[in-house]
Design a binder for this molecule. Structure first.
Ligand code: ATP
Ligand code: MG
Length: 627
């Protein structure tokens, strides 16, 4: 049979079939509707309804768009969101019917009549005053469905804020942002998660620049030095194209509003930054417990470290270094210090090394002391020849104070453990990162500068070399900011100062600082973060954790966060963990998570009416490329 005849037969057959089935009666769209609700099926479930779209309107209800359903006869109005579809279905026949399969596979030049179908999740029943209430009924069948315009959608989604993130997918005219001045949002902490290349840094760069512009103080703990060029406009081709599409100019953070901090003796990823500052750490401000965790001391070393720390405290008092005699303020401070929170004033690493060294000598068996070249059998000559090295113990009376405090403290024996500890402290000292108040030199960070409104401070950790040092810096900076913000808050409460500046602290590669594997070993570090998180709510301190390995982050850290920006995520384990943590995200959105394009994210903030799929703005400022 000639082919044309065969095709004609199929077309005729089809036309006859469709004529038999009849076209579904969809309302004329002069009421602006794009479709109508379908009858329910035995499998229908609450809060979701199927909507049939006329063929001409198939493209008008894209995924994530908001719709209004005016239920016929009962006159109720519902708002919903398209969570699946739009699907195209042939009129009157099953899509997998033999005849349609034949049409497609034989490439017959015939497009059967079809209509669209979307699944709508009902957000609520719309009251006369515009409020939404949980629905008690469902939209009746054949109710017309209209798509909300962008202005209406923005009102329903409640997703605006001065710190713009991007545009809502489904309503590309709707800006999505975060209100910088709402205490219930940033100070309740944020997590930016996603696999590598998902767009986290781009999101964070935008967040930094816009939060700053809104008057917040932003501090970035930048492990890779990615954010050290934010004062320049972006020159990334992809970003420039994306910005053009959105009518946004390339734009750097004003250089005078930005500072790049790097640790003394360490380099920076961007030596050309106009406002580079090196800084040192304050050992005395670090909680001895946090130091022990960061150094990974064994139990035996910890016991000795704490003993040495006790002795150091007493010696400092004896030597009138701290607290100074008669100084009431210092006496009060000495009593009030919570050493889980911060260290004891004026304790230095060299002082601790001296004490540890003296304890080691004392613990050495006599025969060893002899071996050290001490001649004669005289007991006095055999006494450990401890030669102080630290500035404190070289002061007049230093060694006496040490000896008497050591006698009183009766430190544990085992010279090997003491020597091992001495080695750890020696290594710490050789980092040469601690500030000595008695010497000139690179000063610690001035935290008051960091919390000025409209400032961006990037702490560049790209050259610190190893993660213990990073963690020392991060612990020091977190504590410093918290303390300074606490003071600002107290002044405000006593009506002696203005409302504290809202502060946002970004912790990049958060899984390295707070890892699930280590949380058992670093409870103090975690407690410090948890404390900041808890106080943050009252004192205007928001944390933003960024990581590509959310599975390595302790669950407790995610538990501190109320806002989430979820870029592409593949790991089913992580997704199911997040499902338990982030509320209100519908299945359709979760399903999309593994396939999101770079720059797309499922975003959930407390001020949103519901979590949204957002197309995040490309970064206007320059991100340094890291290989
Ligand atoms: N919002 C966006 N708009 C346009 N392009 C984007 C966006 N976000 C990311 N991209 C593209 O994806 C690339 C990777 O983004 P980015 O560096 O932000 O990802 P990341 O999640 O931080 O990756 P990593 O885990 O490697 O740090 C960018 O160089 C850019 O090409
Ligand atoms: Mg990144």
């Amino acid at each position: 049979m000639p082919e044309t005849n065969g095709t004609a037969t199929i077309q005729q057959q089809l036309a006859a079939e469709f004529a038999l089935a009849g076209e579904p009666k969809l309302p004329a769209s002069n009421d602006g509707s794009v479709g109508v609700t379908m009858f329910d099926l035995p499998g229908s479930s609450d809060l979701t309804v199927t909507v049939l779209l006329g063929r001409d309107h198939l493209q008008r209800a894209p995924s994530q768009s908001l719709v209004r359903i005016r239920s016929v006869t009962d006159e109720r109005s519902y708002l919903g969101v398209v969570t699946a579809g739009p699907f195209a279905e042939p009129d009157g026949l099953r899509a997998d019917s033999g005849i349609l399969t034949a049409v497609a596979t034989h490439r017959a030049d015939y497009l059967p009549p079809f209509h669209g179908r979307v699944q709508v999740t009902i957000l609520g029943e719309e009251l006369e005053n515009g409020e939404l209430t949980p629905p008690r009924w469902r939209p009746l069948p054949n109710s017309p469905v209209t798509v909300l315009n962008d202005a209406e959608a923005a009102k329903v989604l409640k997703c605006n804020g001065d710190v713009r993130l991007g545009l809502a997918v489904g309503h590309p005219g709707v800006e999505v942002g975060v209100p910088s001045q709402l205490k219930s949002v940033f100070p309740r902490h944020t997590a930016v998660l996603g696999t590598t290349g998902g767009g986290k840094s781009t999101t964070v760069a935008g967040l930094i620049a816009r939060a700053r512009a809104a008057g917040m103080a932003v501090v970035v703990l930048d492990i890779e030095g990615e954010y050290t060029a934010l004062h320049e406009p972006t020159d990334h081709k992809g970003m420039l194209a994306g910005l053009r599409e959105r009518g946004l100019p390339p734009l750097g953070v004003p250089p005078e509003a930005m500072g790049v901090y790097h640790l003394v003796g360490r380099g920076t990823a961007n030596p050309n930054h106009p406002h580079l500052r090196s800084f040192s750490l304050q050992f005395a401000k670090l909680s001895p417990y946090a130091v022990m965790e960061i150094l990974g001391l064994t139990e035996a070393q910890q016991e000795r470290f704490l003993k040495a720390y006790d002795i150091a405290r007493e010696v400092l008092r004896d030597l009138d270094i701290f607290p100074m005699k008669g100084n009431v303020e210092q006496e009060r401070l000495a009593l009030e210090i919570d050493e889980l929170d911060r260290g004891y004033p004026r304790v230095t690493v060299p002082l601790l090394i001296d004490i540890v060294c003296a304890c080691a000598l004392r613990a050495e068996p006599k025969s060893d002391k002899k071996k050290r070249g001490k001649v004669g059998d005289d007991e006095a000559e055999e006494a450990p020849k401890f030669v102080p090295w630290s500035r404190e113990l070289k002061l007049p009376g230093g060694t006496d104070a040490l000896n008497s405090r050591m006698n009183a403290a009766n430190p544990p024996g085992n010279a090997i453990s003491w020597r091992a500890l001495q080695g750890r402290l020696g290594r710490l000292n050789r980092l040469k990162v601690f500030f000595d108040e008695t010497k000139e030199g690179t000063r610690p960070v001035n935290y008051a500068d960091l919390i000025k409104p409209g400032r961006v401070s990037v702490v560049d950790l790209s050259d610190t070399g190893f993660s213990e040092l990073n963690n020392l810096v991060i612990a020091d900076i977190l504590r410093g900011i918290q303390e300074t913000q606490d003071e600002a808050y107290e002044r405000f409460e006593q009506q002696k100062g203005p409302l504290p500046t809202p502060v946002l602290i970004v912790v990049e590669e958060a899984h390295e600082f707070l890892s699930d594997e280590r949380i058992d070993k670093t409870p103090v570090l975690f407690e410090q973060v948890a404390r900041i998180a808890k106080r943050g709510r009252k004192r205007w301190l928001g944390l933003c954790f960024v990581t590509q390995l959310p599975a390595h982050l302790p669950k407790q850290v995610l538990g501190l966060c109320n806002s989430f920006v979820l870029h592409k995520l593949n790991d089913p384990g992580v997704i199911s963990l997040l499902k338990r943590t982030v509320g209100g995200v519908d299945e359709g959105l979760w399903d999309r998570l593994p396939n999101l394009a770079p720059g797309q994210a499922v975003v959930s903030f407390p001020h949103f009416a519901r979590p949204l799929l957002v197309s995040i703005d490309p970064s206007q400022a320059k991100l340094r490329m890291v290989d």
